[in-house]
Design a protein around this ligand. Sequence first.
Ligand code: CUA
Length: 340
Amino acid sequence: MKSTFPLFPQSASSLSGDVDLLFIAWSAISIFFTVLIAGLILYFMTRYRRRHPEEVGASERAGLWLEIGWSVVPLVIMLAMFVWGTRVFFQLYRPPADAVEYTAIGKQWMWKVQHPGGQREINTLHIPVGQPIKLKLASEDVIHSFYVPAFRVKQDAVPGRYTSVWFNATKPGVYHLFCAEYCGTEHSRMIGSVIVMEPQDYETWLAGGAAGRSMAASGAELFQSLACVTCHQAGAAGRIARGPALEGLYGSQQKLANGQTVIADDTYIRESILTPTAKLVAGWEPVMPTFQGQVTEEQITQLIAYIRTLGPAGNVSAGAQTTDNNSPPSAGPAPQQDRE
Ligand code: CUA
């Protein structure tokens, strides 16, 4: 069907069938009622037309049950549509627990992708088939939107905060990746491909490129080179801690100096790196300098990946997905080296 009459994009994720079914059902319901209402209007126009100039209109009353029927039936249909749509929505926005986290950063005008093992790509994303993938999205400049029609997913990448999208590709192949938010002169060229591979091909592909360090390892190195370690590690080399220790921080509740409480999630940690005084932790002086302009969005995600490994809710398994350099290289282009 798709070659002769491409009404729909390819369907290649675990949820694309559900999205299509919802779309088709709602279109059918809409068309049914549009035709019904338009037909009734035409019928009543003819049936109750004025037959001679002196005719005076008389009021018609519908039966009680008819009135109740046309109120209750649409209500039930609407509620069913609401429940169904909500279910699909939650499925689309709640990644399963075993999803592996990748990062994609939108930038005028490219998508920079990083694999959990540290491999980087630009405008391409190689993934294994049948593996739920959570893509953490950020932007370095303006709003972009990560859109893969074949997976039926679209999510904005918004400067200043993290968003995410998840999918589980069901068919190996090459699928279009678009930026779906007008983001400047070359918006239309901010396109790429998602390459879905059999797991063993993916492993081979990973091994073929410069393996790179894992996100967390890069973050650990930045933690040293940016001298975060001088304030955030008490006792190290006899230093006095000037900032809170970060062990056990990720995902925990933090008491702030203003009495509020926040959850130390990605957005909070990012903000604390860029605007340290915005949410000052109770008991500490506002002595941390801003790192605005000193770290890229990509480096911030690496720092967060590192802090995440310090626990407690750390997803250390993502860092363990490093590559096996003994496998023979082949299967598609190798991951690109960083070329910023
Ligand atoms: Cu990025 Cu449009």
